[in-house]
Design a protein around this ligand. Sequence first.
Ligand SMILES: *Cc1c(COP(=O)(O)O)cnc(C)c1O
Length: 411
Amino acid sequence: MTILDSVDNTSITDAIALDGRVVAHNYSPLPVVAASAEGVWITDVTGKRYLDCLAAYSAVNFGHRNPEIIATAHAQLDRLTLVSRAFHADRLAPFCEALARMCGKDMVLPMNSGAEAVESGIKVARKWGTDVKGVAAGNGNIVVARNNFHGRTTTIISFSDDETARRGFGPYTPGFRSVPFGDADAVAAAIDDDTVAVLLEPIQGEAGIIVPPQDFLPRVRQLCTERNVLMIADEIQSGLARTGRTFACDHWGVVPDIYLLGKALGGGVVPLSAVVADRDMLGVLHPGEHGSTFGGNPFAAAIGSTVVAMLERGEFQERSTELGEHLHTRLRTLIGHGVQTVRGLGLWAGVDIDPALGTGKQLSTRLAEHGVLVKDTHGSTLRFAPPLVVTADEIDWAVDQFAAVLAEARA
Ligand SMILES: *Cc1c(COP(=O)(O)O)cnc(C)c1O
């Protein structure tokens, strides 16, 4: 496949106009039309190359078309792709065993999207509440954090604070209590005898890469243990080496009861998510009580096994730590030159721009013209999260482009 194959008569304006006619308008994409990609580079339909600093919201942590992952995908495509869970398939148990071991847990519930992992985690916590903790059926409540992002299903948006994500989609699912992120006293006050879980992103991604105070997660862990409540860590975006550790929780030495994983677990090839926990929690599910046609399919499981093997080598965590240090150092030199704050850990940076210079969307569009792809989160916050295979030189180049865009906007 060469760039020329994809150019075919497609112009960028034609491609975007067609999107506008036939694709539901639930996104507002930048005017970039990707045709191929390799490593950290995306090539558009005209042959222009972009340095990808979004990595599909961390689903492409190992780089576009990572050779090890692609080799697994090709091999598995030639063997078996899907039989449903009505039968056993040889790829699923090895994947679950490896993933459980990496998480220090007993079992895995395989699903597809991140939102499904969150939904499944909520169901497991509620069932654990009634079957194990002894909460009356239908009374279990779950404590969540303000400004959370856990996905787009009806139940999940029920405890979102994002009015755009909620408006018009009611009635909402009850049973959630929202407290300020980072406030362990508020978590303690929200827990009562009917609380079955505390559900948190250890670092809030969509909220703008918000790192909590040092004592927050350790205190939540302690509260959950003391009050017999499950601590559920949504590591769908923060996990799998993005922050320099396998899990963001590792930075605080915290082990949740339940890990929710997704995004990078599918290697940038398939949707693959998981709920990972010990048997006394996942064991509350019996045949017929939960399921998914595609969940745990052999194609995804083979890819997931390769992803786990890659993570066990530790090299992606190391790269994220070292190069993340470099990225943060370089971005911090722009503070006072259009940048107000830089937050985050590893190769994950939330950058607040001086709102006078334009919206996040406007600056992302200009940065794309300079060949760097980022995504705005809220208002004037940009997120830099390149694939973990990025090099120091590529980071320097991306930050130079960003500095140039800021300089133009200030001129
Ligand atoms: C992306 C994300 C989800 C939802 O994942 P989907 O695959 O888009 O459904 C859930 N939680 C967090 C923290 C996420 O970043």
